[in-house]
Design a protein around this ligand. Structure first.
Ligand code: AHR
Length: 314
């Protein structure tokens, strides 16, 4: 067994608080732009504590330059491994090469990095964003018989969550001649921007009565937009259908109130699988699948109740 892992086993025998942690992992997180992101950060921290891992957590505040600085600082500190949830896809090659030269393994979680050399990271743990977009569009096309004027709130430009979701959604609605995206704008995955952008779209659309549905790349923007729809005197979920991604806790009361029609689940619990990979890598394993896909369910008016009960109990 690798000596770091022997240290960890020893640490858990004695109780993690009684000995210095054996394994140090740097985690560069996107930011705290959404409820989903906050749950994800909390889950990674809890998992690290459970395993006796010394987690160096860095919040990039949605800026890639902050992430690159954080990764360089993890390298300088000589961490045992680095986990990155990238803000955007491009611009990662130089810093990943630096980590490789320092022989520090990197695991990518959530959004992707666009690099040709697959040796620059061990594996990526993430959902299939394109499939999430397809699921959202399939639900909407079924609900509207394929006839719908859609408003789209995009996530952060250049992020794989926005790129993939847009691609998957457009692929499906492209098969429905009566479905059209009439407005599409980024609201950067935040609730405040979701409200602000939706307000201006509704104004530009003469109040929004002819808008059939809101397709939001995440729940946080959808929740902001719902506020704007209500303030415009319309009923979200009825006058304007709402379909989104994440299935955060806040969406369940909104589903119960009939203000949300569908949300695709994205699991925020990627810390455990990421640490599993790191521990096996440090123990000598080398053959990892390049992408571990995290599956998600779709919650609608028909099936949300059971999950809502589970969440209320936790
Ligand atoms: O990259 C995943 C997306 O980022 C989540 O759907 C969103 O809530 C977050 O900000």
């Amino acid at each position: 067994m690798n000596k770091k892992l022997m240290g960890l086993a020893f640490a858990s025998l004695l109780g993690a608080s009684q000995v210095a942690s054996a394994l140090t992992v740097g985690f560069s997180q996107v930011g705290s732009e959404s409820g989903w992101r906050t749950t994800f950060s909390e889950s990674v921290k809890a998992e690290a504590e459970k395993r006796g891992i010394d987690l160096k957590f860095s919040d990039a505040q949605q800026k890639q330059e902050n992430q690159i600085k954080a990764v360089r600082s993890f390298i300088a500190q000589g961490v045992d491994a680095i986990v990155i949830a990238p803000v955007v896809e491009t611009g990662w090659r130089p810093v990943l090469m630096e980590a490789r030269r320092a022989r520090i393994p990197v695991v990518i979680v959530d959004r992707n990095v666009a690099v040709e050399d697959s040796r620059l990271y061990i594996t990526r743990i993430a959902p299939d964003f394109t499939d999430e977009g397809r699921k959202a569009a399939n639900w909407l096309m079924d609900a509207t018989d394929g006839d719908c004027d859609i408003v789209e709130l995009q996530g952060t430009v250049g992020s794989s969550a926005a790129i993939g979701r847009m691609e998957g959604f457009n692929e499906v609605i492209g098969e429905h001649p009566e479905a059209e995206i009439i407005r599409s704008q980024t609201a950067e995955f935040t609730r405040a921007k979701g409200k602000e952008v939706m307000e201006s779209i509704l104004k530009a659309e003469g109040g929004g009565k002819q808008v059939c549905a809101l397709w939001s790349h995440n729940d946080e923007m959808a929740l902001g937009a719902i506020q704007a729809i209500k303030e415009a005197g319309l009923k979200p979920g009825e006058d304007i259908l709402v379909v989104s991604v994440d299935a955060v806790d806040d969406m369940f009361p909104a589903l119960a109130a009939g203000e949300v029609n569908a949300t695709i689940e994205m699991s925020p619990h990627m810390g455990g699988p990421a640490f599993d990979v790191i521990e096996s890598y440090l123990d000598g394993k080398r053959d990892f699948e390049k992408w571990k896909v995290m599956d998600g369910r779709i919650f609608t008016q028909e099936n949300y109740q059971a999950e809502y009960e589970v969440r209320k109990a936790n």
